[in-house]
Design a binder for this molecule. Structure first.
Ligand SMILES: *C/C=C(C)/C=C/C=C(C)/C=C/C1=C(C)CCCC1(C)C
Length: 258
């Protein structure tokens, strides 16, 4: 590929947005992920596994809509920033993340089988992370932008800490299959999610060291891996199956088993 294409992308719609190449490729990957998970989940009858499929199919499904809208230039706005001029901000990302990051966390919370209060707290702090990141992206002074970035990053650290400590020990209680899948997915989340605030702060939203084309490419790679890659690891694991080997003894179940 010609180096200028790698630098900025290729203006597919001819409207002066070279990043449309990466947004178009992102849409295709998210659609492939969505349909792959649908086909894979088609004949699944296990009740618990079906829950994981429903959640995990929604994630790239929502992202494909967000990517397609950004591709066509919807969910894009201009923000005047003191000392930086006018920035192009794709705010549709935050709408995507506001729904998809809680769903990814819900998958992990279901694996760990934690209570509703823990799930609510985890998702609440995660939503705070996305909303404060959006406020930062729409702010007009560098000081405000960096302050919101810090707020959002602290919320992210709380989420990741919660995953690596209390959810991790809860997952361990559920046996080696769940423990190993949970740990693989959490390692993936720790690495990939940490890259988002770094890319934001070096990218056009922050210092502007990385241009919009490269930034859009890297966010696309992160988004595809954090959603489709995550789903691929989760849905191929036996950890998502209900505890069929040791059914809870309850009245009526003996006759239902015949
Ligand atoms: C599928 C999409 C995923 C997994 C998105 C994750 C996004 C983040 C972890 C974003 C974090 C941010 C900060 C911690 C600070 C700056 C603003 C954000 C929203 C990029």
């Amino acid at each position: 590929m010609d180096p200028t294409v790698l630098q900025a992308g290729y203006d597919l719609l001819g409207d002066g947005r070279p990043e449309t190449l990466w947004l178009g490729i992102g849409t295709i990957f998210m659609l492939i992920g969505t349909f792959y998970f649908i086909v894979k989940g088609w004949g699944v009858t296990d009740k618990e596994a079906r829950e994981y499929y429903a959640i995990t199919i929604l994630v790239p499904g929502i992202a494909s809509a967000a990517y397609l809208s950004m591709f066509f230039g919807v969910g894009l706005t201009e923000v005047e920033v003191v000392g930086r001029g006018t920035l192009d901000i794709y705010y549709a990302r935050y709408a995507d993340w506001l729904f998809t990051t809680p769903l990814l966390l819900l998958d992990l919370a279901l694996l760990a089988k934690v209570d509703r209060v823990s799930i609510g707290t985890l998702i609440g702090v995660d939503a705070l992370m996305i909303v404060t990141g959006l406020i930062g992206a729409l702010s007009h002074t560098p000081l405000a932008r960096y302050t919101w970035w810090l707020f959002s990053t602290i919320a992210m650290i709380v989420v990741l800490y919660f995953l690596a400590t209390s959810l991790r020990s809860a997952a361990k209680e559920r046996g080696p299959e769940v423990e190993s899948t949970f740990n693989t997915l959490t390692a993936l989340v720790l690495v990939l999610w940490t890259a988002y605030p770094i890319l934001w702060i070096v990218g056009t939203e922050g210092a502007g060291v990385v241009g919009l084309g490269v930034e859009t490419l890297l966010f696309m790679v992160l988004d595809v891996t954090a959603k489709v890659g995550f789903g691929f690891v989760l849905l191929r694991s036996r950890a998502i199956l209900g505890d069929t080997e040791a059914p809870e003894p309850s009245a009526g179940e003996a006759s239902a088993a015949d």
